[in-house]
Design a protein around this ligand. Structure first.
Ligand code: XIL
Length: 369
């Protein structure tokens, strides 16, 4: 992808970057990394290619750090279309906290610096999870108090390092089973169910200005799980934990969930007074792992699903919309292929980084609603 091809857009971006550099010069020399709102939702979208520049809420992507370092075309798409970045892997416990007394800041520091330089929000993912844990946590031995102290140190060291630089954190990820009971993780086993509210309290103490999220999957399709999660979080809030929002991962399909299910999910979470982050969206076109071609019918259904989600999400009150993050940029690097060994095409850009019908329908929905 050459700059020549995109010269009008690039010059727009350069102009914004220059404006931002001046703005930073006159604030506190780049120390305050909260990205200023350099974009405004435009009423005329016809000349604006960038997704985030036509949106009234942040548009994010999960960043594949290797691709970010080595693939210029990929990086160009990230810079152009997204103004919020979630690290796909590098901020997870196994990467950022590999030994009890060793934190691995290199990659996440440079990501945070990149975001500050390019006026992008950083969304932190994830402080407490049962996956991608380092061996030292998996093998940790101690009393309940030792576990709580360890969890507190883990959370506070990371949150403090990025205090004022990370807009929001996925504090706890995927703590519920599909039947609505708490997942049997090492955290539950060693601390008990209070680990969830404690995690939120530790994170809030470390950075009172960060927005704190509980993040999970299938909440839009599994009513039992959704209600149990909301009930649990409401109780934790009543007991003093600060929980600002719920992250809906939304790894969904081209024809499922339905419009009604999506609407009910958004309305229910919003009316319980949580912000909503569509935190990891992708739209699979091959959930049953068949031998398929991404033909025009499939891609049109996928485009409709992206449109549906954005249209319904846009109808929420402004303050409930934390943003919409996609779990990747191009189908080429989608986690679905490597994680599930499945041929799939879930994102907005194809394997050759060309915009798919889903890109245009999402962009149009961002403009219209
Ligand atoms: C995935 C990454 O995309 C993969 O690269 C990694 O191998 C496994 O994790 N829910 C989450 C994300 O909260 O952190 C997961 O990310 C996808 C499912």
């Amino acid at each position: 992808m050459s700059y020549v091809k995109y010269s009008p857009r690039v010059s727009f971006v350069i102009k914004n970057a220059l404006l931002l550099s001046f703005a930073l010069l006159f604030t506190n020399c780049g120390e305050d990394t909260t990205p200023p709102t350099v974009y405004e939702k435009s009423t005329d979208c016809s000349n604006i290619e960038s997704l985030f520049q036509v949106a009234e809420f942040p548009i994010g992507t999960a960043l594949n750090y290797d691709a970010f370092l080595t693939d210029v075309a990929y990086r160009d798409l990230v810079e152009t279309h997204f103004n919020s970045i979630t690290a796909e892997n590098i901020m997870k416990p196994s990467n950022i906290h590999p030994q009890e007394s060793e934190f691995n800041w290199g990659a996440s520091d440079s990501l945070v610096q990149f975001c500050a330089k390019h006026a992008k929000y950083v969304h932190g993912h994830t402080l407490v999870w049962h996956n991608q844990l380092p061996d030292w946590i998996l093998n940790y031995k101690g009393t309940k108090k030792d576990w709580e102290d360890m969890l507190q140190k883990h959370i506070q060291t990371i949150v403090l390092r990025y205090k004022g630089k990370v807009r929001g954190w996925d504090v706890v990820n995927e703590a519920f089973e599909e039947d609505g009971t708490l997942r049997k993780t090492i955290w539950l086993e060693n601390i008990g169910e209070s680990y969830i509210e404690k995690a939120f309290i530790y994170a809030h103490n470390a950075d009172p200005s960060a927005l704190l999220f509980y993040n999970d999957f299938n909440l839009e399709s599994n009513l039992t799980k959704r209600e149990k999660v909301i009930q649990f979080l409401n109780t934790a809030k009543n007991r003093g934990a600060t929980i600002h929002g719920i992250g809906l991962q939304m790894h969904i399909y081209h024809v499922y969930p339905s419009e009604l299910m999506l609407k009910e999910t958004f309305d229910e979470i919003s009316s319980n007074n949580y912000k909503i982050h569509i935190s990891e969206m992708d739209v699979s076109v091959n959930p049953l792992n068949k031998d398929i071609e991404p033909d025009s019918v499939l891609l049109a259904d996928q485009a409709k699903q992206y449109e549906r989600v954005i249209r319904l999400y846009s109808q929420l009150p402004y303050e409930k919309k934390y943003g919409c993050t996609l779990w990747g940029v191009t189908d080429k690097y989608s986690w679905i292929r490597s994680f599930f060994y499945r041929e799939d095409y879930p994102l907005l850009f194809d394997d050759y980084y060309k915009q798919k019908p889903a890109f245009f329908s999402m962009r149009k929905a961002l403009c219209l609603y």
